[in-house]
Design a protein around this ligand. Structure first.
Ligand code: F6R
Length: 234
């Protein structure tokens, strides 16, 4: 059992580095949020050659294109730039037609051949990306309204940002469950006591739309957690 978030980061970084070594042009679906940040830092320390990989954006707030709090800006700071990734596939926020924005993003992912490695965090209500409950296994890439549970969890980093506190936005877009669940490998990173119950439910409940993360059970899933999550003291 891994002791803490730092150990989770090291193990996850090693897995990602091995993955891109065997598949140098891997299409990687990249979560932001707090959980994967130490992993991206640990990965940068390993200096893997990521230059032929793709960073595929998982989700995004519908806010002005130049707002530094956009998730694609966070992905650039935390993942793309430090890892020397040159190929980025993001939602085209210049489009005012969000349906078209989502369709184009999904189509481009399809044209690339789908996702190889999905790096995911776990929402407090079992959301994956911004696939909020209820989301079935075929939920497409689409615009969504964030739930209260997600707003509360996002508020921590949203209002902490040095760009003026205001409520986290409610409107967002997300890569669909249909694409996420078809990834070749899914790496689910879960750290902290507050994720204990939701991870237990994710792995034990019969897959159902009320808990989108439960559909991970049918995938090629690697879960990396710390002992705060499992409750183990070993
Ligand atoms: C962010 C994302 C979200 C987060 C989830 C957990 O791109 O896709 O689904 O992974 O909300 O967030 P943290 O890691 O901050 O607990």
């Amino acid at each position: 059992m891994l002791q803490d978030a730092a150990a989770v980061a090291e193990e996850a970084a090693a897995l990602i580095a091995r993955y891109v070594k065997t598949k140098p042009d891997a299409r990687v679906l990249v979560a932001t949020g707090n959980t994967p940040m130490p992993t991206y830092e640990a990965l940068a320390q390993l200096k893997p050659d990521m230059s032929d990989t793709w960073a595929v954006q998982l989700d995004e707030y519908l806010i002005p294109e130049d707002d530094p709090r956009r998730l694609c800006a966070w992905m650039a700071r935390a993942y793309v730039t430090p890892l020397g990734v040159t190929q980025v596939l993001g939602f085209d926020l210049s489009l005012s037609d969000t349906q078209r924005m989502c369709r184009l993003h999904a189509d481009k992912i399809g044209t690339l051949g789908g996702v190889d490695l999905a790096i995911l965090g776990l929402g407090p209500n079992g959301h994956l990306g911004f696939n909020e409950p209820p989301s079935g296994s075929n939920a497409p890439t689409r615009a969504v309204t964030l739930s209260q549970a997600s707003l509360a969890s996002n508020a921590a980093y949203w209002s902490a940002a040095p760009h003026g506190a205001r409520a986290a936005p409610r409107s967002a877009v997300t890569v669909g469950m249909d694409i996420i669940l078809r990834a070749d490998t899914i790496l689910l990173l879960v750290t902290g006591r507050h994720k204990r119950d939701i991870l237990a439910r994710t792995l034990s409940e019969t897959p159902n739309p009320g808990l989108p993360s439960s559909y991970l059970q049918g995938t090629n899933l690697v879960v990396i957690t710390d002992q705060d999550v499992t409750g183990s003291t070993a």
